[in-house]
Design a protein around this ligand. Structure first.
Ligand SMILES: Nc1ncnc2c1ncn2[C@@H]1O[C@H](COP(=O)(O)OP(=O)(O)OP(=O)(O)O)[C@@H](O)[C@H]1O
Length: 444
């Protein structure tokens, strides 16, 4: 059953009746008018989604009617029906805002398809308008887009801790927006105008990382031709963001612990103490508690870093944010690439919602950028998605168990399947199942 309302306008009564039957059979609600004037009368009183009108009518022609509709009901779509000799006028009609024109004699399939597409565009435009309004509202949240409870919780914690100098540990999978959250903390802190230095601890080899962070004196090692200050000194008075903190070697962990505890360190090859006032924000996509247990990460450092923990939720745990984020990136990349794109087809949005997003927001961002560049018809459709995305789409998985299964067995399977779905992320699994992480460990 289609809930849309279609108004048919034609002075040829027999033709009008045929169309009435056709669209009623398709399940639409159908209204009809035997001329432009009475069509206008109906439009003034009734909500109508789509008008399908003949061009040549004695009282008020299709073109005039089109212009009036676009004035009084701009959201209403219009399809023009035209006889062979008047195609040029119909083309003119497209310029005036008609969705399509169809030449007589009219084929059933053609007109039904065109009507369905016009209505889809209308729904899309309406949905995009709502999303745009929501995004405008979010502008003062900087670029952190999302309205789902887990991201709102993260944002609210950010606001709460930003003004103090407390050390923050951001956790969450890769691409969930940890760096963005770190920037938001800085922007809302008293250190906003001071240096903000970011270091990706995984990007540098262990030997170089230590000298990058703490600097070195001339002659500290082969190739150290002159003194160089490290990132901690560069960040003095401001903030340092240490990304992928789980990758730190034991030696660097010790030095970092001392900076956090005493605010001091030495450059490589020097005995001189250097004092710094730096706020530390650290991030990791590893399970540091697990790393602690296996002896890869120092307990004392962990507790120093984890004064406040803010968790950036995986995108699959907040699928309600997918349309907002998709729309947000669409606006950004359409502008950047100077492309006019009206929106994203409903079925594509559904595919995106159901996908499991192992690369999280970063993956969604890349996907939309690609779609914007590839798109040729002004609407992001299935053809603009990478091959196989829909087939790899993972609906929130279901577990079916025969009645009579023991609760113990059901629990075991739910935990196993949830672990699989989250890529063995115990913390996320615990969150999804509403239990403490240690419960998951215990059950495993
Ligand atoms: N909530 C969000 N709203 C808007 N953009 C977002 C959001 N979350 C992430 N992004 C964007 O996604 C991309 C990845 O985010 P970011 O680099 O902050 O993730 P990350 O968790 O630090 O990743 P990694 O662990 O791999 O360093 C960035 O381009 C960022 O701007």
């Amino acid at each position: 059953m289609n809930t849309a309302r279609i108004l048919l306008v034609d002075d040829e009564i027999a033709h009008l009746k045929t169309l009435e039957k056709l669209f009623a059979k398709e399940g639409y609600e159908v209204l009809s008018a035997e001329g432009g004037t009475s069509a206008l009368e109906i439009l003034r009183q009734e909500p109508v989604n789509l008008v399908i009108t003949d061009l040549m009518m004695p009282d008020l022609g299709g073109m005039e009617l089109l212009k009036l509709i676009k004035t009084i009901r701009p959201e209403c779509e219009v399809i023009l029906m035209t006889a062979f000799g008047t195609v040029e006028r119909a083309v003119q009609g497209m310029k005036e805002g008609a969705y399509d024109f169809i030449t007589k004699p009219i084929k059933r399939a053609t007109i039904v398809k065109s009507a369905a597409q016009a209505l889809e565009r209308q729904a899309l435009v309406a949905e995009n308008r709502v999303l745009k309004a929501q995004i405008a509202e979010l502008k003062n949240e900087r670029t952190i887009v999302g309205q789902s409870p887990p991201i709102l919780k993260a944002i609210s914690l950010v606001k709460q801790v930003a003004p103090s100098d407390v050390t923050v540990l951001l956790t969450g999978e890769s691409g969930t927006g940890k760096e963005l959250l770190a920037r938001m903390i800085v922007e809302r802190s008293q250190r906003e105008k001071k240096p903000f230095i970011t270091v990706n601890c995984a990007a540098l080899p262990e030997s170089i990382l230590e000298s990058e962070l703490f600097g070195y004196e001339k002659g500290a090692f082969t190739g150290a031709n002159q003194r160089r200050i490290g990132r901690f000194e560069a960040a003095s008075g401001g903030t340092i963001f240490l990304d992928e903190i789980g990758e730190l070697s034991p030696a660097v962990q010790v030095k970092l612990l001392r900076v956090l505890q005493e605010g001091e360190f030495e450059r490589l090859g020097s005995n001189q103490r250097i004092e710094v006032d730096v706020r530390v924000i650290a991030a990791t996509n590893r399970d540091l508690e697990e790393e602690m247990r296996t002896g890869n990460f120092r307990d004392d450092l962990y507790w120093r870093l984890n004064v406040v923990n803010i968790h950036a939720p995986a995108l699959r745990a907040r699928t309600d944010d997918v349309p907002l984020l998709a729309q947000h990136f669409l606006a950004i990349y359409a502008k950047k690439n100077r492309r006019q794109i009206q929106g994203i087809r409903a079925e594509v949005m559904e595919t995106l919602r159901n996908y499991s997003w192992p690369g999280n927001v970063r993956e969604l961002e890349n996907l939309i950028e690609r779609a914007v560049v590839l798109d040729r018809d002004g609407i992001v459709g299935e053809d603009d998605l990478p091959d196989g995305l829909s087939t790899t789409t993972k609906n929130p998985q279901h577990l079916s168990v025969p009645l009579g299964t023991t609760l113990e067995e059901i629990e075991r399977r739910v935990i196993e399947e949830t672990l699989k779905m989250t890529g063995n992320d115990k913390k996320l699994t615990a969150k999804l199942l509403g239990v403490a992480t240690r419960t998951i460990y215990r059950k495993i």
